[in-house]
Design a protein around this ligand. Structure first.
Ligand code: NAP
Length: 267
């Protein structure tokens, strides 16, 4: 199985690194093309993969082509590739908000896989969601599964609508978590805890709570009740969070991100 990356940016590197580190594919099976020569040099030296500035050359003889450019340049990139793509090649797109119908039209190609990864993929803790058109062969689906599993967890959806929904949760989610983490750290500093210690307290509290929820068979509200003694400190803190509209704000944030993902898909 041979794969080509069109665009060698941050997300492409996260995928390349995971594939090679976990031994899903050898470096010889991977070629990347990018308009930035310096970037190609770095990727070639770092991973021992094939590098070229020519997108059409990169996809020759490859089974799978991964589009990893920014959504703004997809029309231009697709126009350059459409004549070179063979029907037996599958195209994976990781572009946020660009729908399968648009990709099919720009590429004049049927076998399309749409993936929405997230940035923790860079350390093998990613959450990727994906879907594929009917013409993608089972062998290609299985390699996609292997690649995404090397980056963390993966979930396949039959319906594309769930990709835009997941974009607003797992795709944008790391940014929400970083903002909340930062705010809680600042709050800890505000009451007098040194910043370095505050950061450690907050990060480990998030990490430990997420892992605890993942392995526990208890509902989240039960886990929350276990920390909330009557008339205690947690009850006082939770009351202020509810009073500040935390749940409604989070719901509004997710709806806004979902609407934006759908709007981008129509452009
Ligand atoms: N970052 C995230 O959290 C995230 C999560 C999920 C999905 N995504 C998606 O992943 C995609 C890539 O994101 P990224 O953050 O890795 O972007 P990025 O770092 O900007 O990488 C894109 C690379 O493609 C190069 N490029 C631009 N035009 C090209 C062309 N015509 N042919 C070949 N290469 C070209 C860019 O070069 P220049 O820099 O010189 O233009 C850049 O090196 C985006 O579509 C994004 O929606 C990102």
């Amino acid at each position: 199985m041979k794969i080509a990356f069109i665009g060698g940016g941050m997300m492409a590197e996260a995928i390349i690194s995971a594939i090679i580190t976990k031994g899903a594919l050898s470096p010889e099976a991977i070629t990347v093309s990018d308009i930035d020569q310096d970037r190609l040099k770095i990727l070639g030296e770092r991973y021992g993969i094939g590098c070229t500035p020519d997108n059409c050359r990169a996809i020759q003889g490859k089974n799978i082509v991964i589009l990893a450019v920014k959504p703004q340049v997809i029309r231009k990139v697709a126009t350059g590739l459409r004549r070179e793509l063979r029907p037996d090649q599958s195209v994976i797109s990781i572009l946020a908000g660009v729908g399968i119908a648009t990709l099919k039209q720009h590429l004049d190609h049927d076998a399309i896989i749409r993936v929405m990864p997230n940035t923790p993929s860079q350390i093998g803790e990613g959450m990727s969601v994906w879907t594929a058109t009917e013409t993608v062969p089972p062998g290609h689906k299985s390699i996609v599964c292997t690649i995404l599993a090397a980056m963390g967890k993966e979930i396949y959806f039959d319906a594309e609508k769930y990709i835009d929904m997941a974009t607003a949760i797992s795709g944008s989610g790391p940014a929400y978590v970083f903002l909340i983490t930062e705010a809680l750290t600042d709050a800890a500093v505000h009451i007098g805890i040194p910043r370095k210690t505050a950061s450690e307290l907050v990060l480990q509290t998030f990490l430990g709570s997420a892992r605890f929820a993942q392995v526990s068979d208890k509902h989240l509200s039960e886990l929350r009740n276990m920390v909330t003694s009557p008339g205690g400190t947690t009850a006082a803190g939770l009351f202020r969070l509810e009073e500040g509209g935390l749940r409604a704000t989070l719901t509004q944030a997710v709806i806004a991100a979902y609407q934006k993902a759908k709007e981008l898909g129509k452009e």
